[in-house]
Design a binder for this molecule. Sequence first.
Ligand code: 13P
Length: 251
Amino acid sequence: MKKLIVGNWKMNGNLTANQDLLVALAGNQNVASGACDAAVCAPVSYLFQLKNVLETTRWMWGAQDVSAHDAGAYTGEVSAGMLKDFNVRYVLVGHSERRQYHGESDSLVAAKAQRALAAGITPIVCVGETLAERERGETMDVVKRQLAAVIHAVGHCATELVVAYEPVWAIGTGQTASPPQAQAVHAVLRAQLVAACGEHGMSSRILYGGSMTAANAAALLAENDIDGGLIGGASLKPTDFSSILFAASAA
Ligand code: 13P
């Protein structure tokens, strides 16, 4: 299946720097030719800028979080409907930084995925174990529990999810999961999607994230069940990001 590369800017950027980065992305030939699919998830304050620069290209864009509520007295929250006003295609839900620093539970993440789907936005459901969980041999149980909560909540819509496996110990650390390590987890997630959605689960994309770089992208993307990448740090560097897009196009 065609690979999907998603940049997650996290809480980085400003209007001037974004413009340079987005103009560089807009000119990327691998994306323009349709050799790979690509998106950028930016802070909500910049969605208008993403829409302006990218709407005439094949790039898609997204947000990094969404409210579990529809509308009302939820100060500081941004609803799925509001994101839709900026034509977002994707929204990250359950990123480990949200789970860790904002106490997001599996059920809250599932509610957010539901809201996104109801608004016509594809949730990118992030799952992944901490180092302590890996060392205790709990990796598969943790990721299955995190994904099960979302599948249970969204029912037949599970086919519309993108899943991202991001081992917490690999995020921003320069310590990447080896391709076989990542593939082993992706195979378990694939089996779970197939169990929930039958053959359709074969066509759901499962991305890898966690210190994916220009140097290791090709080897990771060569694995059977690694259908793309969710890129943090390297997505802020046009040259590195374009090498990853090249690797995804060649995979
Ligand atoms: P890094 O690529 O910086 O490790 O971040 C990964 C990530 O968290 C993407 O969502």
